[in-house]
Write a new protein. Structure first.
Lengths: 361, 199
């Protein structure tokens, strides 16, 4: 063994802060493995048909399959306007729509968080692919997926990251597939939505807790770092690439996240739209309605088997809806379940600055 | 405590034993991958590592009690498909100063070096190595595998491990030295380094 020299010490410390895997990712990985394990332990009990589904054309995939109404419901969250998919959208028109939105955003409100004030954001999250791992009466483990589970959340957060978060489960969950139902029956029909890594609140009940990780959970940046973001397009794009990753899809996702969940200033919102306008490959979908019937301008970026859709109100430049959908599971690491293509989908209901953790804008 | 090899052998008759191997090694494998690419991609590759390992468990040589070389071999192999993402991220690190949010951990390790300059130098050094070459110093420094285990993981001779590690350390040392000359305040060069120089 060599002695622990400067270069080894430095190498050991390099990016050590990124090493810790979150509980959710770890539990998801474990659940995916357990699913394979259980399938191997009882090869006839869980017939999965991932490969043929993965080869389906996207239109079929997004439409979901027999009994998989979850995926269909979530994927249909964005209903593309008349004829927009039949005409190849022009990237240039997406850039134009985004630059127009930048102009609107520049004239929007700008209310920094002073002492005793809270950023409020209300949204509805579709948990379309939540897996639960439960102990079986025989002492083994079973894993099943629920779909069409929706969670509505309200969050109040001050400049230090303290505040209040209330979540409630709404809607009626379904099993993601017949195999998931069989796994749940085999596990002795435990209470739905109970288990790891995720436990849902009983339908209708509100669960209240502190915001997890404060601002970091919303955007990965502290409030001060958020407000210090440059309003110069190139400098902002450079900063986003540093925080996220140097790729168009990460820049798109990160800019969308800042627009949808953080109190950046009007000038910063405008700059974020201009950054989006420069992301290569962004397509204009035209006028689009979300599942709540709200109409807006839709844009999308599809790369490496994943498509991100973003809907904004052209009158106010406020974000309405964001979703991330797997269009080709073969291209995505971890081979996501073709039955549950929507990775995340959030509808943004309202946001603003308020004076207490019980006030709404 | 059952060895990794025993768990894998048991999993051939009852696959559920494989879950214990996951519990034992997943966090470290995920850490290894998360540090190399975008953390979310690292998580996906870590999950895939165990799916591939499970599918290939019948081919595991149970003479090796410690399964880490086998698991890291699979992880490194998956990583190689994403070497462009890794290099893109390293170049981004090399260009930019350290992220403003979390440089504390780095500084605490080696207070003598300016954290941002050292990160840039390290990223430059690692980016200058080929994808296969990078595995060796990272398995050695981060995972603390022995030369023999690294050779087993990557399917290369022990002599090649030695030469790749030697080259990687030289590149890192040179670039760290250079960043020291340009950016390190000479007043802070005290402590262990001064003692080393006196030897």
């Amino acid at each position: 063994m060599t002695t622990d020299t400067d270069e080894l010490r430095a190498l050991r410390a390099f990016r050590a802060e990124d090493a810790a895997c979150g509980a959710d990712a770890s539990a998801a990985a474990r659940a995916a493995l357990l699913e394979r394990i259980e399938a191997a332990a009882a090869p006839t009990s869980v017939p999965r048909v991932e490969a043929p589904r993965a080869r389906r054309p996207r239109r079929r995939l997004l439409a979901g399959g027999l009994g998989f109404a979850v995926s269909a419901a979530a994927a249909a969250a964005l209903v593309v306007g008349v004829g927009t998919r039949s005409v190849r959208p022009e990237a240039a028109s997406a850039a134009k729509a985004l630059r127009t939105a930048a102009g609107v955003a520049a004239g929007g409100p700008d209310v920094p968080l002073g002492a005793g004030r809270y950023w409020y954001v209300s949204r509805e999250l579709v948990l379309s692919s939540r897996r639960f791992t439960v102990a079986t009466p025989a002492g083994g483990l079973a894993t099943y997926a629920l779909a069409n589970v929706r969670e509505r959340s309200e969050e109040w957060i001050d400049s230090e990251g303290e505040g209040r978060r209330v979540t409630r489960t709404i809607g009626t969950p379904r099993f993601a597939s017949p195999a998931d139902r069989r796994a749940w029956v085999a596990a002795g029909r435990p209470a739905l939505g109970q288990g790891t890594p995720w436990t849902l609140a009983p339908a209708g009940a509100a669960v209240e807790r502190q915001p997890a990780n404060g601002w970091k959970a919303l955007s990965g940046l502290s409030y001060d770092a958020l407000r210090a973001l440059s309003t110069d397009d190139d400098a902002l794009a450079h900063r986003l690439r540093r925080v996220a990753a140097d790729s168009p899809e990460e820049t798109f996702a990160f800019a969308a996240n800042l627009l949808r969940s953080t109190p950046v200033s009007a000038a910063q919102r405008a700059a974020l739209y201009r950054v989006l306008a420069k992301v290569p490959g962004v397509e204009l979908l035209g006028t689009v309605k979300d599942e709540r019937g709200r109409s807006g301008t839709g844009i999308a970026l599809e790369r490496d088997g994943v498509r991100m859709d973003l809907l904004f109100d052209p009158e106010t430049a406020l974000l309405l809806d964001f979703s991330r959908t797997v269009t080709d599971p073969r291209q995505v690491a971890g081979r996501p379940d073709a039955n549950l293509p929507v990775q995340e989908h959030e509808a943004f209901l309202s946001a603003g600055v308020v004076d207490s953790t019980h006030a709404r804008p | 405590l059952r060895s990794d090899a025993e768990l894998i052998a048991d999993s051939l008759t009852d696959p559920r034993h494989f879950a214990a191997l996951f519990d034992r090694h997943h966090a470290a494998i995920a850490g290894f991958l998360r540090r190399r690419v975008e953390p979310a991609l690292g998580d996906e590759l870590a999950a895939e590592t165990f799916l591939q390992a499970f599918a290939a468990r019948e081919r595991y040589d149970v003479a090796h009690a410690d399964a880490r070389p086998w698991l890291y071999g699979i992880a490194a192999n998956l990583m190689r498909r994403h070497h462009r993402a890794e290099e893109r991220r390293l170049r981004a690190y090399a260009r930019a100063a350290t992220r403003t949010d979390d440089e504390g951990a780095f500084e605490a390790i080696d207070a003598r070096l300016d954290a941002a300059a050292a990160q840039r130098a390290l990223a430059t050094a690692l980016a200058s190595l080929g994808p296969g070459e990078r595995d060796v110093p990272l398995l050695y420094a981060w995972v603390e595998l022995s030369y023999e285990q690294i050779a087993e993981a990557l399917g290369i001779p022990v002599g090649t491990v030695r030469s790749r590690l030697h080259r990687a350390r030289r590149v890192v040392r040179e670039l760290l030295g250079r960043c020291g000359e340009e950016e390190r305040d000479p007043i802070v060069v005290v402590g262990p380094m001064a003692r080393e120089e006196q030897r």
